[in-house]
Write a protein that binds this ligand. Sequence first.
Ligand SMILES: Nc1nc2c(c(=O)[nH]1)N[C@H]1C(S)=C(S)[C@@H](COP(=O)(O)O)O[C@H]1N2
Ligand SMILES: [Mo]
Length: 360
Amino acid sequence: MPRGGRDLVIHQSEPFNAGPTLDRLVEGLITPTERLYVRNHAPVPDVDPQGHRLRVEGLVHRPLILSLRDLTERFERVEVVATLACAGNRRRELMEVADLPGETPWEPHAVGTAAWSGWRLADVLEAADLRPEARHLAFTGLDAIEHGHGRPEGFGASIPRGKATSPEVLLADRVNGQPLPPDHGSPLRVVVPGYIGARSVKWLARVEARADPSDNHYQRHAYRLYPPGLTAATGSSRDGFALGELPVNSAICRPGDGSRVPAGTVTLEGYALSAGREIQRVDLTADGGASWTQAQTLEPAGQWGWTLWRADLALPAGDHEIAVRAVDAAANTQPESAASLWNRKGYVNNAWHHIRLTAR
Ligand SMILES: Nc1nc2c(c(=O)[nH]1)N[C@H]1C(S)=C(S)[C@@H](COP(=O)(O)O)O[C@H]1N2
Ligand SMILES: [Mo]
């Protein structure tokens, strides 16, 4: 798929990092493939689907080498609607609190919802027959990433065995009814619904059953949540913990921040999501949290998809600051301030999302 002609805001062109305009993000429950955000750490590898082989090895009784045809013939094809969100989604707001040198200032657009299809990782692991000592499943991609030390390595991640054997985790070769485009991991990727996007490894070459989490840079050192106060100058990359499940989050996508709107009833729209939990409520405030209006939540996109919402607020002429927060089925909700969440890599900002509007 050509990269030009898409409605994406480009943060970096090589490696490609881009997300849709917020206005178009919530046009439908399913995000059209050309409007899915792209987060690449290195140039897209050119992988021939026919020649591609997936190795499943490590702590298994029966190591496997699988072509796409083997996957098709041996395993049941399933489709899962899932929202993927980058750990760096909404980082720009954290960068307003304190600088994060070298990091991408993502708007709330590093998120998208698609119908992923392929095979259950659980079924493939059953065929490989995991040994009892296997506690983590590690994934490696075919991209070649330079860290400035040692040889280039493929992007990697791992997830715990319990998640890896859950039915929603896929080895996917299709998205929204079409083969995966190169930017999204052609010909095969992992899709881990409910986890930070970084665990959904693209251009997947290898699944390794291990006793411990992956040693790959992106599992061991990056994508960790650091405690407050730790900066690049203090602490080591063993501080903090490796991120997995996403927290409850929401954002206002329409109207855009800074818009002028006619005074009176203003309709706001956006999304809310929580890792596999139902969104029970979406609250909006125009007075800093003194009073709240409940949004109407539209049909959710299944257990692993986001919930779109819409709310009508009465706004008299003047300047307004509107904030949103969501509440999930476990009563998890979002903290008020981004300042309280600032962390050294700028991950998982789920503070109330604000926009400014001028009504006249
Ligand atoms: N091989 C590989 N897999 C990868 C990445 C990558 O750079 N290389 N980026 C990860 C990150 S950080 C995210 S958020 C998602 C983004 O998936 P998308 O580009 O299909 O939206 O892919 C993940 N999988
Ligand atoms: Mo990410």
